[in-house]
Ligand binder design. Sequence first.
Ligand code: NAP
Ligand code: NAG
Ligand code: NAG
Length: 299
Amino acid sequence: MVCCVVTTVVAAVVVLILTVKFIYRYQSGRCTSKTRLVGKTAIVTGASAGIGKETARDLAQRGARVILACRNVEKAERIAEDIKKTTGNTDVVVRQVDTSDLTSVRKFAEDILRTETSLHILVNNAGMSGMKKRKLTADGLEVTMATNHFGHFLLTNMLLGLLKASAPSRVVTVSSGVHQFGSSLDVDDLNYEKNPFPKKMVIYSQSKLANILFTKELSEKLRGTDVTANSVHPGVVYTEIMWKNETNLFTYIFAMLVRIMGKDEKLGAQTSIYLAVSEEVNNVTGKYYADCKVGMNSV
Ligand SMILES: NC(=O)c1ccc[n+]([C@@H]2O[C@H](COP(=O)([O-])OP(=O)(O)OC[C@H]3O[C@@H](n4cnc5c(N)ncnc54)[C@H](OP(=O)(O)O)[C@@H]3O)[C@@H](O)[C@H]2O)c1
Ligand SMILES: *[C@@H]1O[C@H](CO)[C@@H](O)[C@H](O)[C@H]1NC(C)=O
Ligand SMILES: *[C@@H]1O[C@H](CO)[C@@H](O)[C@H](O)[C@H]1NC(C)=O
């Protein structure tokens, strides 16, 4: 009797999990654009793993010159080789950048401005989950905000001239749906000097909210140019991010659930790809997208 109850419960849980997984993946947005990118240049930050890797692969598949902007060159070179092999596009290169380090970002951007003649797509994708304690970078910036927001803010601004000169061009910044848990962000205290340092989840959410606010302001500044700026919620995607930077029991359980029910990396890259290539969003700017559609956001 007891064994039958247990079996039934286990079966019900398995069916529930499989149903959620099926529905979530089925309704997930997919980029169906046939746009080719031969003659175009794209930069993807954090292309050595996860969503960035699959975004870079898709852009390479379309014929673009793709620059993998990564902190770990060895790891990124392995991904570049794999992308070349799977797409047949040999114009895939690695350039070193640590988005948490402003000196590194400046050096990277200067190198791009010196060596590249055009830039049509910039995908600000690199990111890390939140830290438990306020930890500062060499520049004296809180590390989560530096990695996810400040580095991309500087990078985008330094590359803006090249993006404008190459227009039509696009800036895509990978935010997250959890930005809505970051609404206590004090925009006058982005470095947490006045306010107490928030919880791990909240600091991450606030850095993702900063991505959206930056995108909106950037799109305003770019009015009248043919450069668009939009932000993305990729969905709940099983990637390495779940296992990096101060994991705990909660993040471990969360990661296991995402592994079973979440999107894979290819599905997670769809909205970034859509905003980077689709003709449907030629004139769209300042928007936040999820599943290849304008999404809800709290700002
Ligand atoms: N996975 C999700 O469910 C989810 C949901 C919402 C939003 N996002 C966002 O999606 C983006 C991509 O994340 P992911 O899930 O694909 O995670 P991931 O697999 O860990 O990939 C993150 C990428 O960013 C790079 N990176 C991290 N810190 C960096 C730094 N200081 N300088 C340069 N590169 C750095 C990583 O480099 P290494 O390979 O060297 O570690 C890696 O290439 C992030 O912005 C994340 O916030 C993810
Ligand atoms: C985050 O984790 C990555 C990978 O484990 C590591 O290289 C990086 O130094 C960590 N960053 C911080 C700020 O702890
Ligand atoms: C975008 O705008 C241009 C002119 O500003 C117009 O010709 C074109 O049809 C628009 N494209 C879309 C997809 O709305």
